[in-house]
Design a protein around this ligand. Sequence first.
Ligand code: GLP
Length: 280
Amino acid sequence: MDKSAIHSSGKRKTHTPLLNRRSGIPLYRQIQQGILDQIESGELQPGRPLPSIQRIAARMGVSQMTVRQAVRALCEVGVIYSRQGKGTFISGIKLERDFRQVLSFTEETVGRGAVPSSKVLSFTVQPPSEEVRAALRLHETDSVFSLRRVRFGNAVPMGIECSSLPVQLCPELMETFDPSSSLYEELSEHYGIQLMVTDEVIEVGLANAEDARLLKIAAGSPVFLFTRLSYLENGTPVEHVKSVYPGARYKVVNRLMRVKHELLGPLTLVPTMDENGSAG
Ligand code: GLP
């Protein structure tokens, strides 16, 4: 998650970004990244028009639909904007390279140019904890797959992730899934499950002895504690994850956007509570 801001100054020769069809990264994301790279290098300048969808599609050898998907996503985060009847333009907004998207560990790591791998600590079917049961909206008798892994980028331990998924959503997971590979890819390929929205709560803590050993950091050093709940487009919760990431290997970058008021309820800040229920 080392995210360098994209600067849109300086000129370089125009080039057509290459697509890697075997990387596991969807083509529209690669096109997005290609456009971001061109903004960074100064090939695409703020205020100037983006080449037409037809032109990008023809140059890259992909369908116009795929390019449209990439362009729409960049519009949504404000990197480019559309003027009715005039086309699409580069906005000049500086962007963190990996602006917040629902990315898998594998996609994020490959996107940084590193090689992902995992060490599986456990993979079981079990009754959920109270917290997981409530988050995944399960009944008393429902079971979850529980997968605990250390995730590595270029053999450096980047985090410990413990995922819980309802057995009924992906009943064959134990048989079909190699738990050292990408969970999101498996969910998408075998079950058509696309995780579209994620709620993430980030807290800080200190590494306990076991986490420190697995992450190769000193016990007591700062860690990020992520609790993530991911949903299908229709709001069905699919994955509850508790993760521990070394504080020294990550920074958290957020972009906040003002969204038309009618789309949202009022925004609230959530204070953490101590045992007596008062704000901590
Ligand atoms: C990210 C998320 C995890 C999720 C994982 C899936 O790291 N923070 O909540 O479980 O991606 O990654 P992969 O598809 O590589 O297994």
